[in-house]
Design a protein around this ligand. Structure first.
Ligand code: GLN
Length: 538
């Protein structure tokens, strides 16, 4: 039977619950256990798919096509376990499930209530499909004391009673602030947060204290005493220089050992920190660097391109380089400034995006990369913009555009059903690929002797998608005649998946999001190759 570890947060948000959970998952896994990570989000959106990256950061897409919280990205990157649709749930989803059942009369006339109906649905979610796991780590979003998180906290309290207290462990992550003026570390916020948790019936078993500085023994003792937690289970997590140090630092504090002790489980082997030590060393000590420009709409918020930033860093690790990300706001990028802003970069990347704003700046930047032979990677929207640029400037289709943001013009990018309606039987009739998003993992077949085939070293690849619009395949020949090759296609040959330029050192566009599958211990070949090309550029 699986053991369940619940991770709650206190005092303030953004303390790194996701990273702590992911690090613990890695440590347990490297000791030979099977671990699954789950996230319970208290907001009312049914999924984060509709939330602005400005507010909530990136939307992470799973293989099975779920739009999830970005913490699932951390989970995958650290634990290597592929997340599933069933690993992220929100209050919105819980309520919509319960209300749907209510409308169908499935509660048999009962009054539908938070307890037990909402809490039962939460418990069902936690338990679903976990029988083969050794550990299930469940993170509760937000902090204890939020109105929204109450039903989740109540549900995990009930859950631990249902399965027996020895099978469930509560970890509480709090802030232990350092006050500069009085040169003091304060434990009071932690005491209050634990008090709050206990008032709803949960006694934490382990407290992880996030702090700017190491926490002296007498302060740990105080936390142990006031919060009723064994001193060995007061774990500190001091700010690390790189997130790759997190598993190392938790191992030093014996977090994994304490978890196993709690459950009275013997470790199958010792944990393996070697890979993290290796990449921490590279990240911290490498002096050489490349400058990569990311031109996008959401550059102001760091988390908006979380997986992408990570994937680029991984590409740097595999080339023994530091990657400096130069974030350029596409909406503010004036065509006249492009040369000046991009003159010191060794690679240009246009990430995924939606809507019209900022398109002209992106298109001009792509032209600059193409004509000046600067390594270029276009992801999803970035590939679509590269197609538009090439159509306008090389195929001389001046009005080339996407129906996503321009209803007139020549729609080289559009919805499949739009082309079908206009009587051109170019594509199949997969209606569900028309008006809705194409989400999750799809196959692509790579062309022989292409650059992309060389990079992936495989004919068939599987990558994650999140888009609604497609490049019209009927233009393939025209593009190829001018040197832009459609080097990856869907297995039915109807959807362009990858484009590359013939007479260019490195110019690739992909309709999918390779960044979601890159991992620090296993960098994605496309990013390794892109960074290598950038390294060779100057
Ligand atoms: N807006 C584009 C589409 O829907 C691209 C989406 C993306 O970049 N993820 O096809």
């Amino acid at each position: 039977m699986a053991r369940y570890i619940f991770v709650t947060g206190g005092v303030v948000s953004s303390l790194g619950k996701g990273l702590s959970s992911a690090s613990l998952a890695y440590l347990l896994q490297s000791r030979g256990f099977k671990v699954r990570l789950r996230k319970l989000d208290p907001y009312l959106n049914v999924d984060p798919g509709t939330m602005s990256p400005f507010q909530h950061g990136e939307v992470f897409v799973t293989d099975d096509g779920a739009e999830t919280d970005l913490d699932l990205g951390h989970y995958e990157r650290f634990s290597g376990v592929t997340a599933k649709k069933t690993d992220n749930i929100t209050t919105g989803k819980i309520y919509s499930d319960v209300l749907r059942k209510e409308r169908k009369g499935q509660y048999l006339g009962k009054t539908v209530q938070v307890i037990p109906h909402i809490t039962d649905r939460i418990k069902e979610f936690i338990k679903h499909d976990t029988s083969k796991e050794d550990f299930v780590i469940c993170e509760i979003g937000g902090i204890v004391g939020d109105i929204e998180s109450l039903p989740f906290v109540e549900a995990i309290r009930q859950f631990s009673n249902d399965i027996g207290k020895t099978n469930a462990l509560f970890i509480h992550l709090t802030l232990v602030p350092y006050l500069k003026a009085s040169d003091e570390i304060k434990t009071k916020p932690t005491q209050h947060s634990v008090k709050e948790l206990r008032s709803i019936g949960i006694q934490p078993d382990i407290i992880i204290c996030r702090s700017e500085r190491p926490i002296p023994l007498n302060h740990r003792k105080k936390i142990s005493l006031f919060c009723n937690v064994d001193i060995k289970n007061v774990i500190e997590t001091v700010d690390v220089k790189t997130i790759y140090e997190a598993p190392i630092s938790f191992a030093k504090e014996k977090l994994d050992v304490q978890v196993l002790n709690y459950f009275k489980i013997k470790s199958k082997k010792s944990n393996n920190l070697t890979p993290w030590k290796k990449i921490t060393k590279i990240t911290l000590n490498t002096k050489r660097h490349v400058n990569i420009a990311i031109i996008g709409k959401y550059v102001e918020l760091k988390d908006a391109y979380k997986s992408l930033d990570e994937a680029l860093t991984h590409g740097g690790i595999s080339n023994n380089l530091k990657v400096n990300l130069i974030r350029i706001d596409s909406e503010k990028l004036k065509v006249s400034e492009i040369k000046n802003k991009l003159k010191n970069v060794s690679g240009i990347l246009i990430p995924g995006g939606f809507g019209k704003r900022g398109t002209e700046g992106k298109i001009e930047a792509i032209r600059y990369a193409r004509t000046n032979k600067i390594p270029f990677l276009g992801i999803c929207y970035g590939m679509q913009m590269a197609i538009i640029e090439f159509a306008r400037n090389q195929l001389k289709i001046k009005k080339a555009t996407s129906s996503e943001f321009d209803k007139s013009g020549v729609h080289i990018i559009g919805l499949m059903h739009e082309w079908e309606k206009s009587g051109r039987k170019v594509k199949g009739t997969d209606k569900d690929l028309g008006g809705t998003m194409r989400l999750g993992s799809y196959d692509a077949i790579l062309k022989d002797k292409s650059k992309i085939r060389d990079i992936y070293k495989s004919r068939l690849i599987k990558e994650r998608h999140r888009h609604r619009y497609e490049v019209d395949i009927s233009y393939k020949e025209k593009f190829e005649k001018k040197g832009l090759i459609f080097s990856g296609l869907s297995p039915d040959h109807k959807l362009p998946e990858i484009i590359e330029l013939k007479n260019h050192p490195w110019f690739i566009g992909v309709q999918f999001h390779p960044e979601f599958k890159s991992r620090p211990l296993n960098p994605h070949p496309l990013f390794s190759s892109f960074i290598k090309a950038a390294k060779n550029h100057r």
